[in-house]
Design a protein around this ligand. Structure first.
Ligand code: PPS
Length: 391
């Protein structure tokens, strides 16, 4: 049996050569299907989950578990600052060592093998690049301006494929019977598999972890990738992780994790560049947040052309108004206030803030000092030197 290390916090299984003590039955309920409690208390390592064994990403090294007692600073920061109740550990997956929650391994095989449809519309992005904005734009255009239908919450009509792997509620739910999770939260993969066409699918997974049918080109859904400059993405992701994902550290430490490729879906540049190099493929449209800010009507026209829809100027203006920051901030279907409220109500995260936060280009200047800006700029130049991509 293959044994791998796991990364856990106190009260949860962790790498140790000693028998594990103080590991409660409840704390390990999510592992029941993988390993028995008896094994846990006598075994130094956890077994690799079935899904990971069956389906390591193609061409990839497969998952690497982060040891709990690592001396690596990034691992230590993650362990100390980013282990909320719904996150049981992390893995690095594939040649780019993409950081993902341990729970992702329960879904990796199903995502790899999922049936993609040519009629799907996918929005792919690194977190905080303008995903929600792009989703709403693409949905309204492709649904022929069905503003009535757009009142349905976005996560329901445009679900997030990797939502469930990000939030492992298996230990939490038995103690919170009031917390009722809709299927797009409790099993986002099943929800999407059962959707009627045309399906709208959001994902933050990088190219190499998308379903096989997309990577191999046997299915050609329309894919819109949206990218945003690294500094604003980082600031936005920091606030997001505080209000929605339970990050408990400082902004400085968060930047270390961002630059070090140790936040979910990182590393940042391979994520962006793997789509940038495919930007001329007919089923891929590459957008930038900065361009949506600069000239939203132009991006609306470009997106409509990509989706095969003719728009008149009145429609373009109407949609630009619907997509304005002020309108989206006050639109309950897209502003995620309900999700933040649930987190607060059930004490899953405690920080204050809004998903629709600044909506600006250059907001990083308010929180980053000159040295940090210079470090981000150097890092950006190094990574973009061989591409024609600029921000
Ligand atoms: S997520 O959680 O990854 O899906 O987040 P994502 O939607 O990619 O990014 C959220 C940021 O996009 C901003 N946003 C907008 N900016 C301008 N105009 C509009 N209409 C708009 N809608 C969303 C949102 O405010 C987040 O950026 P920050 O910098 O945090 O404000």
């Amino acid at each position: 049996m293959k044994c791998v290390q796991s990364y856990r916090r106190l009260g949860r299984p962790r790498v140790s050569s000693r028998p594990l003590r103080g590991v409660t039955r409840q704390a390990n309920s999510s592992l029941k299907h993988r390993i028995s409690i008896d094994q846990l208390e006598t075994c130094a390592f956890l077994t690799l989950p079935e899904s990971a064994k069956q389906c390591p990403p193609p061409g990839a090294m497969g998952p690497q578990f982060i040891p709990a007692d690592s001396n690596d600073e990034q691992d230590r920061l993650l362990n100390e600052l980013f282990m909320p109740p719904f996150r049981k550990g992390y893995v690095r997956v594939g040649p780019n060592k993409v950081l993902l929650p341990l729970y992702y391994l329960d879904y990796a095989g199903r995502i790899e093998d999922m049936e993609v449809r040519d009629s799907d519309v996918w929005i792919v992005s690194h977190p905080k690049a303008g995903t929600t904005w792009t989703q709403e734009m693409a949905w309204v255009i492709n649904q022929d301006f069905d503003f009535e239908g757009a009142k349905v919450p976005l996560p329901e009509r445009f679900p997030f494929l990797d939502h469930t792997p990000l939030f492992d509620y298996t230990d939490i739910l038995p103690n919170l019977p009031e917390l009722q999770l809709p299927l797009f939260v409790s099993d986002s993969v099943t929800y999407i598999n059962e959707m009627k066409s045309p399906r709208y699918i959001k994902t933050h997974l990088p190219w190499e972890l998308l379903p096989k049918q997309i990577r191999e080109g046997t299915k050609k859904p329309k894919i819109i990738y949206v990218a945003r400059n690294a500094k604003d993405t980082c600031v936005s992701y920091y606030h997001h992780c505080k209000i929605l994902e339970g990050y408990s550290g400082s902004f400085d430490n968060y930047c270390k994790l961002f630059l070090g490729g140790s936040l979910c879906f990182a590393p940042f540049w391979p994520h962006v560049l793997n789509f940038w190099k495919r930007r001329d493929e007919p089923n891929i449209l590459f957008l930038k947040y900065e361009d949506l800010k600069k000239d939203l009507p132009a991006v609306i026209r470009k997106t409509a052309a990509f989706l095969g829809k003719d728009l008149n100027e009145e429609q373009v203006d109407l949609l630009a108004e619907h997509l304005s920051f002020a309108r989206m901030k006050s639109n309950p279907a897209v502003n995620y206030e309900a999700a933040i409220e649930i987190n607060r109500r059930f004490n899953l995260t405690t920080a204050d803030g809004h998903f629709m936060r600044s909506g600006q280009v250059g907001n990083y200047k308010e929180v980053m000092g000159p040295e940090l800006i210079a470090e981000f700029d150097r890092w950006t130049q190094e990574n973009l030197a061989k591409s024609e991509l600029t921000f």
